[in-house]
Design a protein around this ligand. Structure first.
Ligand code: RIB
Ligand code: CA
Length: 312
């Protein structure tokens, strides 16, 4: 289906890969970024919000930024400074934002936006799902009005924060359950697919070779992001998780997705936060999500470089 200025709201916890997702989403006319809502996650809310302001300043964009949840619904707050640094965007020199964030809460912005454009808006969460869950509980009337959710989170196999759970899902399993039980069409990009897209040195060099401020910013972000992955997994680069959400809207042909039942583990035991994905439909339960299983990694990185080349 040809894209024609598809309205989207990005919800995330920038974060290196969230930041690159914002760059990708804002790099083209096919997507209309109505706003960016921020949540705790990789680092605290104040810092993820500051990082969204920084990315907006870097590209001279005008989208509004709405801070949201500073903690999960019930669980204890986690954070990932070990991966993203104290600032949440360690590595590159960061511009000083000149415009502040909005005062309206992220959940309220999502509600008001969806009500004003029924059936049109796609939500692209790339962090914990707390803001979406708050919006859905505050205003259940918006559920049938949301076009789609495209989420980076979960995994059909192992976790990255515990053996069972991926970070975004584990941050707020109750919020994830609310979202996956909402009936809103959702496409999930879990670690099983994002770990297929490693930003190795050759791919990082392609951003640097753009010879632009955004290209250099992206290359330095990825070089910092690689360090955690090198130490943890022995890889020669970081797994580029979050930009798969915007890439899916821009080039769905790069991905293979499969409908399946996904249940969120809200226990407090070792499987807490696991996305139980019924890959082989052994339960016979009706699917409640499309789950990405494969990516053309070279095509994904080529799309990113091509679109980020548009920034001068
Ligand atoms: O597990 C990876 C996810 O957790 C990514 O979205 C990363 O930014 C962190 O939020
Ligand atoms: Ca994220």
């Amino acid at each position: 289906m040809p894209l024609s200025s598809r309205p989207v709201i990005l919800d995330g916890d920038p974060g290196h890969d969230d930041a690159i997702n914002i760059l990708l989403a804002c790099s083209n006319p096919e997507l209309e970024v109505l706003g960016v809502t921020t949540t705790y996650g990789n680092v605290g809310l104040n810092r993820t919000t500051q990082n969204a302001l920084i990315v907006r300043e870097l590209i001279g964009a005008t989208f509004p930024i709405y801070p949201g949840a500073d903690r999960p619904l019930i669980a204890e707050r986690l954070s990932a400074e070990a991966v993203h640094g104290e600032s949440g965007l360690d590595g590159p020199d960061l511009p000083v934002p000149r415009r502040p964030a909005e005062t309206l809460h992220a959940a309220q912005f999502i509600i008001e936006s969806v009500r004003s454009r029924p059936g049109e808006i796609t939500l692209l969460p790339t962090g914990p799902l707390t803001n979406l869950a708050l919006a859905f509980r505050l205003a259940p009337d918006i559920l049938p009005l949301i076009r789609e959710i495209v989420w980076m989170g979960g995994s059909t196999d192992t976790g990255n924060w515990t053996p069972a759970a991926e970070f975004n899902a584990l941050c707020d399993p109750h919020a994830a359950q609310i979202v996956f039980e909402s009936g809103v069409p959702i496409t999930m990009f879990g670690l099983n697919v994002t770990h297929q897209a490693i930003a190795n040195p050759a791919r990082v060099a392609a951003f640097r070779q753009l010879g632009t401020r955004v290209g250099e910013f992206t290359a330095v972000l990825l070089e910092f992001f690689a360090e955690h992955h090198r130490l943890r997994y022995g890889w020669d680069g970081g797994a580029l998780h979050d930009p798969m959400t915007a890439a899916y809207l821009l080039a769905p042909e790069l991905f293979a997705v499969r409908p399946m039942r996904v249940d969120i583990d809200i226990t407090t035991g070792p499987s807490a936060g696991r996305t139980h994905c019924d890959v082989w439909n052994v339960t016979g339960q009706a699917p409640n999500a499309d789950v990405a299983m494969q990516v053309d990694a070279d095509g994904f990185f080529a799309l990113l470089v091509e679109r980020l080349a548009g920034y001068r």
